[in-house]
Design a protein around this ligand. Structure first.
Ligand code: HEC
Ligand code: HEC
Ligand code: HEC
Ligand code: HEC
Length: 157
């Protein structure tokens, strides 16, 4: 079952090319069950409401959506979500894939980088101060609780 799944997915990816399958987004609820702490922290962050900062007219303006809801047009997932930063989750979401760090990356999991933040937090965003990666990263922390929970689970009898 497992190897067959991996085989089919990898052959599919090769056949389609990476651009085509980069858009298999499942939405943030799909991550919630397995990553409840990350979800709760994200949900409380401005990224989870980014589309709502736009007026009704602006919500139809592709120029604004490019940063405030970039996966909406193609993947029907609104706001700046898990998959905007971590990559579309269709193929890496199954538990056995997620548990294998290398396989998960092969199947689309992206390591978010400072460069990724700067595709949106750039000179054209309205902030008066330049983007300070270290402090802004702290402001979206949703991994400390995740890692604590995971450490607790491994220690549990
Ligand atoms: C079926 C459960 C499940 C689902 C659904 C799931 N994950 Fe995971 N994820 C895991 C497990 C298990 C790990 C391994 C680490 C751990 O135990 O927390 C993991 C690890 C990760 C990691 C760390 C990977 C690494 O190697 O550094 C990230 C990032 C991640 N998941 C993001 C997501 C995102 C984004 C989604 C939704 C698109 C998602 N996950 C959906 C179970 C899941
Ligand atoms: C797809 C575009 C996009 C990416 C990528 C992105 N952001 Fe954002 N971010 C936004 C938007 C849009 C807002 C404003 C949300 C709103 O409407 O209030 C925002 C707001 C924030 C805020 C709150 C406002 C502020 O400036 O203090 C922080 C913190 C933040 N982002 C950190 C990050 C970090 C760190 C990264 C990279 C790991 C990142 N963002 C990646 C679009 C993005
Ligand atoms: C704005 C970009 C951004 C968004 C949105 C985002 N993440 Fe992350 N995520 C990151 C970054 C950056 C890190 C790594 C931080 C570090 O290691 O310093 C991370 C780390 C994680 C980790 C921990 C990985 C590990 O090594 O333990 C998990 C799990 C995770 N994210 C899941 C999610 C889920 C689920 C969502 C949505 C509910 C989400 N993320 C939304 C950027 C993002
Ligand atoms: C290049 C990416 C980018 C584009 C394009 C963009 N924004 Fe933003 N926007 C951001 C970021 C990042 C933030 C939050 C951080 C900051 O203040 O710089 C933000 C913040 C905002 C806020 C303030 C939200 C708050 O609660 O403080 C509003 C309003 C806003 N944008 C409206 C728009 C409108 C309207 C458009 C289209 C004309 C647009 N943005 C286009 C990146 C972008």
């Amino acid at each position: 079952m497992r190897s067959r799944f991996v085989f089919i997915v990898i052959m599919g990816a090769l056949a389609l090319g990476s651009a085509a399958w980069a858009h298999d987004y499942l939405g943030p609820q799909s991550c919630q069950g397995c990553h409840p702490d990350a979800f709760a922290a994200w949900k409380a962050s401005p990224h989870a409401r980014a589309r709502e900062s736009l007026s009704a007219v602006q919500q139809r303006d592709a120029r604004c959506l490019a940063c405030h809801s970039p996966n909406e047009a193609e993947s029907k997932v609104a706001h700046v979500t898990c998959e905007t930063c971590h990559g579309g989750g269709q193929y890496y979401s199954p538990r056995f894939v997620m548990k294998d760090a290398e396989l998960a990356r092969l199947l689309g999991l992206v390591d978010p980088s400072e460069k990724g933040c700067r595709t949106c937090h750039d000179a054209s965003s309205p902030s008066l101060k330049p983007f300070d990666f270290v402090s802004k990263l702290k402001a979206i922390d949703h991994w400390t609780a995740e890692r604590a929970r995971r450490a607790g689970e491994t220690k549990a009898p």
